[in-house]
Design a binder for this molecule. Structure first.
Ligand code: NAD
Length: 543
């Protein structure tokens, strides 16, 4: 099926299984070995040129931190100025390139990623971000392919939204103009697909971008840049400027040509960027579009009618996949006392079966956390719970960074619903459980709603349809992505547009038309075929 232009209606990229004996498993393993044995030096890419700076940092493997994958050049103020100039120069042509032509580049990138680039980008994600093969596949391959294909489709759909009426004698239309200036795309460490999407979604709409990837995930980001170049992205449309956020950010944000910010990361950093934009507001040529998806304190509320196996599995997968380093990871659970006995046994049994280690061993469900600073911060939360009278550690609680940054899947049981680990984002494999009296269902829903400043994801688990509906209604503003009888993670492009409210972000729904609309400034055109030639109206005629 096609819409009015030539972009095929996309379907989600099928997830490869990597089962024992599968060709994809053998080929991914081979690529991992090749990347590990070949150190690379990652340049900045500005105006299509590889640029080296004076300042380098190393890229390493979090589960084997002595293994260096290579080094990358970091941008300073000189390189930022170059990147802004290169982007403004590319804007002159790219902003006038037709939507079909732009879509062709990203559709080709999708095909390349689905084919010859799949292993490289999955392997790079496994190595530099410590994701297992499945987590890498659903992120770096499938989700990014989906972003490319679905955004091309949504862009066409957006273009089809035209004024309702063009009465006889005139034609009314809406043009999707790209923003005037450049977009600053700043990505987090935890999703390769988000890294790719932040500069590419605005670029799909005819914008140019400066892309600053997270310092701990430059390696896969660099391969995405290579993929885009091979797909035919013109020079200067996306300029790759890794570096320290504190050095790069203010230089970019204070430029008068800043037309938008496409950010994903922590709430603090986003609020800091917004403040800087506010301070500079009189200097910009146009009001910058500010789109940011930030932190979460994602919940699970179980009703006493919950199926114990469904609940335990949602908790284990929701809290511990990718070591809890998903913005959507379940990190607080509200369980009725009436089912706790049965749940506890099933849940602890499942957690005790989790294997943790190197993602090259495919039997490992969990791997390492991203870096030393994340390791220390998560360990501090665990120690706090360990030393507290309000909490008991039910599973895990140990951590070790001798070889890699490993933290056991940790479950804290607290008697205090406002315990620190029930309220603050930890961003690690830590789930805190609070037990409630099932007769206090309504009060518990109010507690879930009021405990955290965030409102990203959450889930309710139960068999009682009435209770599920009550939870859905009571928690209307507590999550931008709400799940019924499922874990709160794993949103899929084209199925669950993603984003949260309150302190979790501007909720512009990545992977949907609603995100793309932020990257255009529309022009309305009214063309009159037979314009009036006399200023007088009929009512002015006296009989
Ligand atoms: P982070 O905020 O530390 O870093 C994000 C990016 O901001 C990095 O590229 C970093 O270098 C950059 N940065 C830091 N200071 C800056 C500054 N002053 N100016 C400009 N850029 C600056 O986040 P992280 O640790 O990479 O990622 C984890 C966070 O991201 C968590 O809070 C998580 O919830 C959030 N996240 C949210 C979503 C979502 O969709 N809501 C998705 C993924 C991650």
């Amino acid at each position: 099926m096609k819409n009015t232009n030539n972009i095929p209606k996309p379907i989600n990229e099928p997830i490869l299984s990597y089962e024992p004996g599968s060709p994809e498993k053998a080929s991914l393993k081979k690529r991992i070995q090749e990347l590990k044995s070949n150190k690379i030096e990652v340049p900045l890419i500005i105006g299509g040129q590889e640029i080296k700076s004076e300042n380098l940092s190393e890229m390493y493997i979090p589960h084997d931190h002595q293994h260096i994958l290579g080094s990358y050049h970091k941008a300073g103020s000189k390189e930022v100025t170059m990147a802004i100039e290169a982007s403004l120069s590319a804007w002159k042509t790219w902003s006038k390139t037709s939507m079909d032509e732009r879509a062709k580049v990203f559709l080709k990138a999708a095909d390349l990623l689905a084919g010859p680039w799949r292993d490289t980008i999955n392997a790079a994600t496994m190595l530099n971000m410590s994701k297992n093969a499945y987590q890498a596949e659903i992120d770096a391959a499938c989700e990014l392919i989906d972003f490319f294909r679905f955004n091309a489709w949504y862009a066409q759909e957006l273009a089809e939204h035209q004024p309702m009426y063009s009465p006889e004698g005139m034609k009314n239309s809406l043009e999707l103009r790209p923003l005037e200036g450049f977009v600053f795309a700043v990505s987090p460490f935890n999703f390769t697909s988000i890294g790719g999407n932040l500069p590419c979604a605005p670029a799909m709409m005819g914008n140019v971008a400066l892309w600053k990837p997270a310092s701990s995930a430059v390696y896969p980001a660099y391969f995405i840049m290579q993929l885009l170049i091979e797909a035919g992205l013109p020079k200067g449309v996306i300029n790759f400027i890794p570096g320290s956020g504190r050095d790069v950010g203010p230089n970019v944000i204070s430029d008068s040509n800043l037309a938008g910010v496409h950010f994903t990361g922590s709430t603090n950093v986003f609020q800091g960027m917004w403040k800087t934009i506010g301070e500079n507001i009189a200097n910009y040529k146009s009001y910058p579009r500010i789109v940011g998806e930030t932190g979460g304190k994602d919940f699970c509320v179980a009703h006493e009618s919950a199926d114990i196996e469904v609940l335990a599995t949602a908790m284990v997968r929701g809290a511990f996949e990718y070591q809890g380093q998903k913005c959507s990871a379940m990190s607080r659970a509200y369980i009725p006392t009436s089912i706790w006995g049965a749940l506890k046994e099933n849940y602890i049994d499942q957690v005790n079966n989790i294997k943790m280690g190197d993602p090259e061993d495919f039997s490992n469900f969990m791997n390492a956390v991203i870096d030393k600073s994340a390791f220390d911060s998560i360990a501090e939360f665990i120690d706090f719970a360990h030393d507290s009278n309000d909490a008991e550690i039910l599973t895990g609680g140990k951590y070790n960074d001798d070889k890699g940054y490993f933290i056991e899947p940790t479950t804290i049981l607290t008697s205090n619903p406002k315990f620190r680990t029930m309220c603050e984002e930890i961003f690690g494999p830590v789930l805190t459980i609070f037990l409630y009296d099932p007769s206090e269902w309504d009060a518990t829903l109010a507690l879930v709603d009021s405990t955290s400043e965030y409102a990203l994801t959450g889930c309710v688990i139960g068999e009682d349809k009435g209770a599920l509906l009550e939870a859905k209604n009571a928690l209307t503003h507590s999550a931008g992505n709400f799940y019924i009888n499922d874990k709160p993670t794993g949103a899929v492009v084209g199925q669950q547009p993603f984003g949260g409210g309150r302190a979790s972000g501007t909720n512009d729904k990545a992977g949907s038309m609603f995100n793309l609309v932020r990257w255009v400034s529309m022009r309305t055109v009214k063309e009159t075929f037979e314009p009036p030639k006399d200023f007088r109206y009929p009512f002015m005629n006296e009989e």
